[in-house]
Design a protein around this ligand. Sequence first.
Ligand code: ADP
Length: 485
Amino acid sequence: MKLSIKLKSSLFLAVLLIGTVIVLSILVLQGIKQNQQKQTEELLARQSKLANVYVKQIYLSQTDVNPQQFFKQYGHEIARQIGIISSLHVTIFNMSGKVVGDSLPLETSRDVKDTLNYALKGKSAYQEIGETLSYFAPIYNANKQIGVVQFDYSLVSNQKFYDNTINLFIKIGLITTILSFIIGYFFFNALVTSILKLRRVTEEIKLGNYPKNSVLKRNDELGYLSQAIFYMSNQIQQNMKGIQLEKDNLQLAVEKLKILEKQQKQFIGSITHEFKTPLTVIRAYIDLLDMYSDDPKLLEEAVSNIGKESLRLYDMVEKILKLAELEKYDFEIVNEKVDVKELLEDLCLRMKGKMTKFGLSIVTNFEHASILIDKESFTLIIMNLIDNAIKYNKQDGEITVSNKIEDNHVVIIISDTGIGIPSTVLGKIFEPFFTVNKDRSRQSGGSGLGLALTKDLIEKQNGTICVDSIEGSGSKFIITFPLFI
Ligand code: ADP
């Protein structure tokens, strides 16, 4: 059977009290008994002394009398008188152990031989018979024992007192036990309720439900324990949060790594593919020239195409190396304060020849603004974007390059009136090797790496790039860099 702490504690208290009452009762009762015995003995010893004084008095008042005659004459009277004085039943024995006087007439004699014999040898002795204590003491004349006096003392009142005391102890014991059980039950009830509350809180913590404050408002050990549990649960909660955060971060990192790994695989696959195409073209021309080395038309065509393909290869290698450099190393950036207007004007001027060659016109609109940037990266970014605006433009098209200051940023816009980009692939144009039209890109020596490199470079310089395009009407690339004040 499973007993609750409440019941166990109350029972323990009750048992403890019963034990205490029993031990106390035994000790007190023993004390009472010994005390009663001592008092009785003292009383009877006193009575025997008085009896002796009385006997001696009468004996000495007689002349020439022997004990037999003395007792024969005065035995009953002496017993009666001592009986009156002591208020006890008194019997007188001579030295032969014969009754020579009795304070009560017709009193039946009991078997007291042994004790009487003892007293006849001059010593006091007593014996208990039923509810009577018979006390025997020698009696003397002037100097010699002449008999024994017996006092019968009733133990009834002593026993009654003793029994009453036992009853009192039983009653007190019972009352205290019941009371202590009830008081203990209520006292432990409050205590155990608190312990149960703490237990419930720990169960909740186990399930991940952390308390908002300490459950017990007590100023004792249980109160301290409750505070400690609350403190501990806070710590656990924080640790769990930390662990969860780390787990999430780890999960995120693993996912990023997976994406990166996938991208890398795709990137390597694309490199292999993109490198193979120009190399196949070059090899094909070499094989043809091997067979028809004297064909001037083939020779001219081979020189032109091999030149184009090798340039494409060169451009690709350069861009791949740059991309790898940006990704792997802390790319060597030499930031300096530059005036965007000056740089843009210079770059537009450098690209003017190519634009004219393709029959394109340029419109510029610059304003002075300073940014902190690596000049080489800035040049690469703008050249790539203007180059694309040329490559993907239409006959007699127009390119607009402008800049302005907006919200503490320098905004550079490069727009063209070219073929535009279909809205479905707008989100993909910054991915490495992505081209909208493979043939068109190939014709213009493109490899799909320019915008990926441009975006990486811009982001490394704390900038942003976005595109706005309408297929068939043109595209607009918007770049922003923090303004340097
Ligand atoms: P590519 O070397 O092929 O030009 P980019 O990374 O520079 O590679 O550009 C990726 C693709 O985005 C191009 O192949 C082209 O289809 C498209 N694109 C880039 N710039 C423009 C533009 N100004 N107008 C239209 N399409 C463009």
